[in-house]
Design a protein around this ligand. Sequence first.
Ligand SMILES: Nc1ncnc2c1ncn2[C@@H]1O[C@H](COP(=O)(O)OP(=O)(O)OP(=O)(O)O)[C@@H](O)[C@H]1O
Length: 254
Amino acid sequence: MTQPSLITRDLTIRFGGHVAVNAVSCAFHPGELTVIVGPNGAGKTTYFNLISGQLTASSGQVIKDGVELTKMAPSGRAHHGIGRAFQLTNLFPALSVLENIRLAVQARAGMGWRLLRPVSHFRALTEKAEHYLEATRLTARAHQPAALLPHGDQRKLEVALLMAMEPDIYMFDEPTAGMSLDHAPEVLELIAGLKRDTSKTVLLVEHKMEVVRALADRIIVLHNGELLASGDPAEVMASQLVRDVYLGKSEDAA
Ligand SMILES: Nc1ncnc2c1ncn2[C@@H]1O[C@H](COP(=O)(O)OP(=O)(O)OP(=O)(O)O)[C@@H](O)[C@H]1O
């Protein structure tokens, strides 16, 4: 087994008297796609927020490749390779799809907003952006304003922007939420494809059991903020404890 890329140790957050995430200790490994499941209000999104830095833990630790990130702002964590997909908050709606991806490539290259660069740099950035465009099957949309993309393609653009940042840890919170059945498989395929690069770790929060079955190498189950189970998807889903608190309900909903 490889060294874990990401560890949470006794990770806890309290909101007043309510413990939303309670002493969750878990390790995530490169080349592995872990799906985080649990009933509504179990603490899944809060756990994600604690890892990506939108929330700061009351106690416990977040450690990425041996570096403690627990108190770091989201930007610092991103710099350390934590990449979380957001619904296009980092998008320039009037710019084209290609230009948006190129800006993400440029940000990753550390060139910020300096526009006076040799043409060769610009060409290299464009080539890289075109690579991500192709990888996410958005080539036909390259020159459309990002704001005018259909919903399914917007989600693909989110994946492209995240790929352009070259994170070590990819985090997706319900990536197919609100998406039509036609587009969901395309986005899921992109996410499944990320772990072909075995240096990458993928974390997913997901409710839909068919998505969990299709993608998960491993699942962890949160319940009332606590880690209830972790392991092989089929084994965990078959366990009586998990069926009692979660899967019975979820199978109906899926
Ligand atoms: N900022 C906050 N202030 C107070 N309570 C919060 C806050 N954020 C989350 N909570 C509470 O923490 C608990 C866990 O919420 P969270 O959104 O993480 O659950 P979840 O598993 O992602 O649920 P869902 O599947 O419905 O999205 C809930 O009881 C929620 O009300």
